[in-house]
Ligand binder design. Sequence first.
Ligand SMILES: Nc1ncnc2c1ncn2[C@@H]1O[C@H](COP(=O)(O)OP(=O)(O)O)[C@@H](O)[C@H]1O
Ligand SMILES: [Mg+2]
Length: 364
Amino acid sequence: MATITFDDVTRLFSSSSRPAVDALNLHIEDGEFLVLVGPSGCGKSTSLRMLAGLEPVDSGRILIDDQDVTGVDPKDRDIAMVFQNYALYPHMTVAENMGFALRLAGTDKAQIAERVAKAAEILDLSPYLDRKPKALSGGQRQRVAMGRAIVRQPRVFLMDEPLSNLDAKLRVQTRTQIAQLQRRLGTTTVYVTHDQVEAMTMGDRVAVLSDGVLQQCASPRELYRSPANAFVAGFIGSPSMNLLTLPIEPENVIAVGPQWLRVPVDRLADPPHGDSRRREVQLGIRPEHIEVGVADGVPVDVDVVEELGAEAFVYGRAHLANGAHPIVARVDWRHPPEKGARVHIAVDMEHAFLFDPTDGTRLR
Ligand SMILES: Nc1ncnc2c1ncn2[C@@H]1O[C@H](COP(=O)(O)OP(=O)(O)O)[C@@H](O)[C@H]1O
Ligand SMILES: [Mg+2]
């Protein structure tokens, strides 16, 4: 069991002018399941590889418990890693694959057998221990890869997109199994994914990265309800939050049809080019906080209706004073509007967010 601390950790590849990971500060509690999420190239794998010792750290420190492991050899960090390409040895049986690291470490045979049997039981792999990987399904192979990590009984599990090679349905099943397994073992885990749904469903806390910079680290609920900036607001949630750039009117308000919202203009950052006039702000509104079919509402031309069974989403163009804005709204699945129809919407201003268009900071 262990805590993990990233203390101002930076990695700058010589081929690049910008750090892949930029002054990362993150503390992970003992037994916690922390998910690192963000778009491709944002620095997730680099962060994980630095923690594993597979990538050098250019500045800052990494601690496991209170031990500075920044310069420690990967094999001495007591970490087990599961990758996307988990590459099982094809000529070895499931049991041999799972016990391989222990055999290399010189663990005695009886103990290897015992640990492998126990891991196989946890992972529902007991009937397959004598099979070769090619005689397993994708999901079973993935569990063998998990088993290889579990038998080592490490202080920390690191997982880098371990479900990417599975089809959609199996991914959903397996993510639940991994989350349950982690809770059962109680081993501190850092899990990397680009999939925000995976992040939200699996993590105790979720750390959102963009361009090597940590944007916010919080529980899934807090990320959704209280995003720190427009990036997190747009990245977390499906369909994404609507982000509309609107002019600030006299009296420091924005208008959405007949509705208006006051903007805390004193909190806006100075615009970059020294222009002191405040002109625009970003309104953030989730699809479920738009009401469709409101008399006197903002007109919306419906382009696409997505019916998902229990809910439906309307994609269209909202006609506001400063032009047409793409918009998505959740509607009652029993009465979705027709594609091509014109509907009228109102925004639930109680649940609206405001973001500074200069740097995305949340104002409200
Ligand atoms: N070995 C490397 N050499 C140079 N640049 C790299 C190397 N590995 C990753 N990068 C760059 O660092 C950034 C972060 O990469 P990575 O951590 O793999 O992102 P992610 O896992 O979030 O997709 C990217 O811009 C990537 O191109
Ligand atoms: Mg990666």
